[in-house]
Design a protein around this ligand. Structure first.
Ligand SMILES: [Zn+2]
Length: 432
């Protein structure tokens, strides 16, 4: 039995009054965040002239300062739960910690800048509750939050409710958030799970996530997009073209923007649900699942809708597989970002110099293989599992290594096998 932290997210059906209360709490969190940021900034400026000025930006310190200032800054503070202000200050404390850790080299990854002000309409509306009346009501269609009260959920809460009733789960926090025009609540839950060491399967499966299909497996199976998702994707493409034609700053552009956000949110939900079914099957019916690594830096600034959607799909696939493989006793291998899974011939190992997104078929100039692009990629990923097994690399899994062990040295090693070694590996995994 292991204890894991798990999130349960439900769409809400709030009344108009409750909508206002939800928005008010998110606004309150933002006000506290911005106030704290100004406060810290002012102290930092003071310290420029006077090094003896003390600043502390831990959550308790910020909260103390806020409680002294709130009557002045936000005389209406009593309208919202105190958790709202605490939530905003908590976000700020984390952002400031990330900034200092990044500056002093304690934090890996890209440098983190000094936090920015949050602007209404530009930032994500969210607020976190950690204390007070946070409940999942026994009727399985309502939840309760401090100050906001009893809210109707759009879908049944039975999965979480059952766990709570059996005593195998404990709610630690609840976070409300808005996506497009829809409100959600996400419960952070401590869950006791029995996790097997191995699921007893022996097969390896490579998965290539896409947008034309939900996924292509190295076994040759193609998982189609659900019909509703296909429909949303078509709508999304149309609205995106429409947006490009609208005059910047016009009200019609704003309207298209809002519509686009709604359709995007719906597509993301449909895809997430479909991926949940797929990832459960993958994690329970195979011993090893191999996926591509996501290029996170490229993900942020990609203007191409198709690429952006495929990346989002891959990110979600990986996220789900990371925890499900550990729940169900399989292992997850993540190929390094430079592994040319699409450009490599899955039969002979030849690497094509350039493969555009439009090319749906991979044609090998050496051995003459003509194969669906996605299937080729999925097979290459499955092959990679052999390399990992041979070299004893740790896999990305809850019980394996964490991301930090994927250092640059291993990454380079991972994709420079001799051609002989490659042939051996292929003979072992990918059948004709
Ligand atoms: Zn070939």
């Amino acid at each position: 039995m292991t204890t894991v932290i798990q999130a349960y997210r439900f769409a809400l059906d709030p009344t108009p009054r409750q909508r206002r209360a939800l928005a008010s709490h998110c606004g309150a969190a933002r006000v506290a965040y911005n106030w704290g940021l100004e406060f810290v900034q002012a102290r930092l400026d003071q310290r420029q002239n006077d090094p003896s000025v003390q600043i502390s930006w831990t959550l308790p310190a910020l909260r103390r300062e806020w409680n002294q200032a709130k009557q002045q800054v936000a005389p209406w503070w009593a309208e919202n739960s105190k958790e709202a202000y605490s939530s905003g200050l908590d976000g700020l404390a984390r952002a400031l910690k990330n900034w200092t850790d990044s500056r002093s080299g304690r934090r890996k990854g890209r440098p983190v800048g000094f936090p920015h002000r949050k602007r209404k309409g530009r930032c994500r509306d969210t607020c976190r509750f950690t204390t007070g009346a946070i409940k999942i009501l026994p009727d399985r269609t309502h939840i309760q939050l401090p100050r906001i009260g009893i809210l109707k959920t759009h879908e049944s809460t039975r999965k979480l409710a059952r766990r709570l009733e059996r005593g195998t789960a404990r709610v630690l926090a609840a976070t409300i958030s808005r996506t497009a025009d829809r409100w959600f609540v996400s419960f952070t839950v401590q869950v006791d799970r029995s996790t097997p060491a191995r699921n007893g399967e022996t097969s390896v499966v490579g998965v290539d996530a896409g947008i034309r299909h939900l996924a292509t497996l190295s076994t040759g199976a193609t998982i189609p997009n659900p019909r509703a998702l296909q429909h949303s994707l078509r709508k999304l493409r149309r609205l995106n073209r429409q947006l490009a034609r609208r005059t910047p700053g016009s009200s019609r552009r704003k309207q298209t923007r809002r519509r686009l956000a709604r359709v995007y949110a719906r597509a993301a939900n449909l895809r997430r649900d479909a991926l949940h079914k797929l990832t459960t099957t993958l994690a329970t019916q195979h011993s090893t699942v191999v996926v591509e690594q996501l290029n996170l830096a490229g993900l942020v600034r990609n203007r191409h809708l198709a690429r952006a959607l495929a990346d989002a799909s891959l990110a979600e696939l990986r996220r789900q597989l990371t925890y499900k493989t550990s729940w169900y006793g399989s292992q997850l291998i993540v190929a390094d970002p430079f592994y040319p899974s699409s450009k490599t011939c899955s039969a002979c190992g030849w690497v094509k110099a350039k493969l555009t997104l439009a090319e749906r078929t991979f044609t090998c100039e050496v051995c003459g293989l003509g194969i669906d692009r996605d299937l080729n990629a999925a097979r290459n990923l499955a092959t990679l599992a052999q390399h990992v097994a041979q070299s004893g690399w740790e896999t990305q899994n809850a019980r394996g290594a964490d991301r930090e062990t994927q250092s640059a040295g291993q990454v380079a090693l991972k994709w420079e096998p001799s051609s002989q070694e490659l042939q051996q590996a292929q003979a072992g995994t990918v059948g004709a």
